[in-house]
Design a protein around this ligand. Structure first.
Ligand code: SF4
Length: 255
């Protein structure tokens, strides 16, 4: 069984495949909270102000899970995706969250991924890369792109919770396509923590693909952090990555 928060057609706003027409499947639940990202939302249950990341409705089970749909068969998820695919278009499929790898052993997810891989859709899983995937037992994940958004100290999570080098290593060694994407803010860059923390995570890899994007859940916050992130990327020879969906549509849902 998996929990589906929302599904929609848009384009990828971040990372290596930014700009690509994509169907997004957002799954509910996460093993982190990332309150350091300081996004806020009003609880639909008690009206209280909640802190978290910009996907808070997919993370905060207590206040939002009544909006999550229980998916108990692969055919239900496949039908939802197929209904979203425009005519004459082969969009990417992006599985995001929350943390979608919480469900990596679930039949509903596995059969859906197999179905769309067979139909030659490119599939990306957007993960915080803290969950170890058993690629031997579940080889289909070798054919999936892993966008690893490993969290840094600005997420507010402890190092032990946010960095699992064994999980990262397994993704890099087993998949044909994976990349890092880090969320940076001005303060993390000026304190030199961004540099140190990223190097600690990528040090074992030969020329890994590293994207850095500005922190912010709305256009104003992204704007504030973007110039420092761009300068940092130039200095470190990393890829600068904007957040196109936020620039275009601010913090609208299903974008
Ligand atoms: S890992 Fe991602 S989805 Fe989970 S709390 Fe952190 S930013 Fe949100």
């Amino acid at each position: 069984m998996i929990y589906l928060v929302e599904s929609f057609y848009s384009f990828q706003g971040e990372g290596k495949y930014a700009g690509t027409p994509s169907i997004f499947i957002r799954l509910g639940g996460c093993n982190l909270k990332c309150e350091g990202f300081q996004s806020t939302a009003i609880s639909p249950i008690d009206g209280k102000k909640l802190k978290g990341c910009d996907s808070i409705r997919a993370v905060n089970r207590k206040h939002f899970s009544f909006l999550w749909e229980k998916i108990t068969s692969p055919s239900a998820l496949i039908a939802k995706i197929e209904n979203l695919i425009p005519k004459n278009c082969k969009p990417d499929i992006v599985v995001t969250g929350g943390e979608p790898l919480l469900y990596y052993k679930e039949r509903e997810l596995i059969e859906t991924l197999k179905y769309f891989l067979t139909k030659k859709h490119k599939i990306t899983i957007e993960t915080n890369a803290t969950i170890f995937v058993n690629f031997k037992k579940y080889p289909l994940y070798k054919d999936i792109v892993f966008a690893m958004s490993v969290k840094l100290s600005n997420s507010g999570e402890s190092y032990e919770k946010r960095v699992n080098k064994k999980a990262i290593d397994s993704i890099i060694k087993n998949t044909k396509d994976s990349f890092f994407k880090f969320v940076l803010d001005k303060e993390l860059i000026s304190s030199k923590k961004a540099e140190r923390e990223i190097e600690d995570i990528i040090i074992s890899y030969n020329n890994p693909t590293v994207f850095c994007m500005p922190m912010g859940s709305n256009a104003k916050e992204v704007e504030k952090n973007a110039p420092a992130v761009a300068e940092f990327c130039i200095k470190k020879c990393y890829f600068y990555m904007d957040r196109l969906h936020i620039r275009l549509w601010n913090n609208e849902e299903k974008r």
